[in-house]
Write a protein that binds this ligand. Structure first.
Ligand SMILES: O=C(O)Cc1cc(O)ccc1O
Ligand SMILES: [Fe+2]
Length: 440
C-alpha cells in the first residue's frame, strides 16, 4: 500500500480545478485577465481541449508567468532525434505480425539525456489524424542540461522501471520513482534530470484524446484507481537567465530554438489541465473471488478513449500484487486472440503467465489478433496445483493496449535484444486429447 496523505509540494485529485501560487497574491482574484497582473506577470491560457468542448470535458489552465510563452520560442530549426519514431512508420521490410519479446535494453555508458535516450519500440495509427500511439523505452544517463522539451503531438505517460526522474514542468515539479507513473499533458514544457544517476523506463505516447479514469460500472464509486491518489504539483518557477534550448515535437519532427532564459517561469496557475503522478501501489484491485478469470480490463488504471464507446485508443492496465483465491479455476490468463494489440512491460518481479523470460525491464508485444497465453511451465503448474488462496507478491507488470495494430520500429526489430526463441515458450503445450474425458 502507498502512503495516503498527500506529500508536500503536491495537490490531490484527478482533473480537479486546482489553484496554486508560488508567491503570495500572484493569482488574480475572481478573474483570469486583470488589466495588470501582480508582480508584472503575464496571463496566458493553455488549452488542452477545443474552447467549445463540452464543459465536463473542457480542460484549460491559466498561467501567470514571468514572460509569455511567445518569448520562449523563436525561429525553429529541425534537429535529429533519430530513435524517436512517429506513426505512421510502417517499414515494408519489417515483419510486425507476430508475438515478440525483448530483454531489457542495456543502459549506455555514454552520457545521454532523457530526450536522446528515447527508443521507440512500436507505433500505431497516425499522428496527423491524431489517433494511435507510440511506445518507447527511455535510457537516460545524463541530465537535460539547460534543455527543455514539449510534445505538441501527444500526451506522455511515463512508467519508470529503474532509477528516479525529476521532472520539472511549467506547472511544477514531479519527483518520480519506480512503481509511480506520471502523465504529462500535450504542450507542457518540461526538463528531466536524474537525481540518482541512470534511469530506464517506458513511455506511452498518446496521440489521441487524453487519458482519463475508466468508468467503474457495477464496481461502483470506489476501488481501482481512486481520484484522490493522483498528485498534481504546486506552482514552482525558476528565474534563470542563461542560454537554453527548447525542443518541440510537432507532427513527428523535432524542432529546436535557442532561448536566453528558462521557460519554467510560471509563478502561479489555476485550472484543470496539468501534469500528475500516481503511485501504482495505491491501486485497489477488484477480482475473481469465487471462480474463473475475468478480463484484464478490471486492472485498468487509465483509459484514453477513441470516440467509439468501450473501444480505447489506449488502455493502461497493471498486474499488481493480489490474492488469487478462485476455486476450480485455471488462474493465469487464458489463451486468447484479441482485437486490441497488447504491449507489456515488466517493472519488477514475476508475471504469472510467463515465469521465465519476461524479466524486469523486459517487454513483449502480442499484436492484434495474434494468439498468446501462458507458457508451458505456467500452464502445467496452474493445471495441476492445489488451489489454496495464494498471494502474488513483489510483482508489477503493465500493458499498453490499443485498438490499433502496432508496427515495430527498425530499432525494435534490429538493435534491440529481441528474443529469437520466444515462440518456444509454447512448443511444450502438447496434445493430451485421446478421446477419454480425463487424460491428465
Ligand atoms: O496476455 C496477457 O498476458 C495479458 C492478459 C492478462 C489477463 O489476465 C487476461 C488477458 C490478457 O490479455
Ligand atoms: Fe493477452
Amino acid at each position: 500500500m502507498a502512503a495516503t496523505s498527500t506529500p508536500a509540494g503536491y495537490m490531490p485529485g484527478f482533473g480537479n480545478d486546482f489553484e496554486t501560487e508560488a508567491l503570495p497574491g500572484a493569482l488574480p482574484e475572481g478573474q483570469n485577465s486583470p488589466q495588470r497582473c501582480a508582480y508584472g506577470l503575464y496571463a496566458e491560457q493553455l488549452s488542452g481541449t477545443p474552447f467549445t468542448a463540452p464543459s465536463h470535458q473542457n480542460e484549460r489552465t491559466w498561467c501567470y508567468r514571468i514572460r509569455p510563452s511567445v518569448r520562449h520560442t523563436g525561429r525553429f530549426s529541425r534537429i535529429p532525434v533519430p530513435y524517436w519514431r512517429t506513426a505512421p512508420a510502417i517499414d515494408p521490410d519489417i515483419q510486425s505480425l507476430g508475438q515478440f519479446r525483448w530483454d531489457p535494453l542495456p543502459l549506455p555508458d555514454a552520457p545521454q539525456d532523457f530526450l536522446d535516450g528515447i527508443r521507440t519500440m512500436t507505433t500505431a495509427g497516425d499522428v496527423n489524424t491524431q489517433v494511435g500511439l507510440a511506445i518507447h523505452a527511455y535510457l537516460a544517463t545524463a541530465d537535460m542540461q539547460d534543455r527543455f522539451f514539449y510534445s505538441a503531438d501527444s500526451e506522455l505517460l511515463l512508467v519508470p522501471q529503474e532509477g528516479r526522474l525529476r521532472i520539472d514542468t511549467e506547472l511544477g515539479r514531479i519527483d518520480l520513482e519506480p512503481l509511480e507513473i506520471a502523465v504529462l499533458p500535450r504542450g507542457m514544457v518540461f526538463r528531466v534530470t536524474l537525481p540518482d544517476g541512470p534511469a530506464r523506463g517506458f513511455i506511452c505516447e498518446n496521440y489521441g484524446a487524453k487519458f482519463t479514469l475508466p468508468g467503474r460500472g457495477p464496481i461502483g464509486a470506489n476501488c481501482l484507481a481512486n481520484p484522490r491518489d493522483f498528485r498534481t504539483p504546486e506552482a514552482r518557477f525558476e528565474e534563470v537567465d542563461r542560454s537554453c534550448q527548447l525542443v518541440v515535437k510537432w507532427c513527428g519532427e523535432f524542432h529546436a530554438t535557442d532561448l536566453p532564459h528558462s521557460p519554467l517561469d510560471v509563478v502561479a496557475w489555476h485550472g484543470n489541465y496539468a501534469p500528475c503522478k500516481y503511485d501504482l501501489r495505491s491501486f485497489s484491485p477488484v477480482g475473481a473471488i469465487l471462480f474463473d478469470h475475468p478480463d484484464p480490463s478490471i486492472f485498468t488504471v487509465l483509459t484514453a478513449p477513441s470516440g467509439v464507446e468501450g473501444t480505447a485508443n489506449i488502455d493502461f492496465v497493471i498486474f499488481p500484487e493480489r490474492w488469487l483465491p478462485a476455486e476450480n479455476t485455471f488462474r493465469p490468463p487464458w489463451y486468447h486472440k484479441n482485437i486490441m494489440s497488447e504491449f507489456m512491460g515488466n517493472v519488477h518481479g514475476i508475471y504469472d503467465a510467463k515465469p521465465e523470460g519476461f524479466v524486469p525491464g523486459g517487454m513483449s508485444l502480442h499484436n492484434m489478433m495474434l494468439p498468446h497465453g501462458p507458457d508451458t511451465d505456467a500452464f502445467e503448474k496452474a493445471s495441476t496445483e492445489d488451489l489454496k488462496p495464494v498471494k502474488l507478491t513483489d510483482t508489477m507488470s503493465f500493458m499498453f493496449e490499443t485498438r490499433f495494430p502496432q508496427h515495430l520500429t527498425p530499432f525494435a526489430a534490429g538493435e534491440a535484444p529481441l528474443q529469437d526463441r520466444y515462440l518456444d515458450c509454447w512448443t511444450g503445450l502438447k496434445k493430451r486429447f485421446d478421446g477419454t474425458p480425463d487424460p491428465w
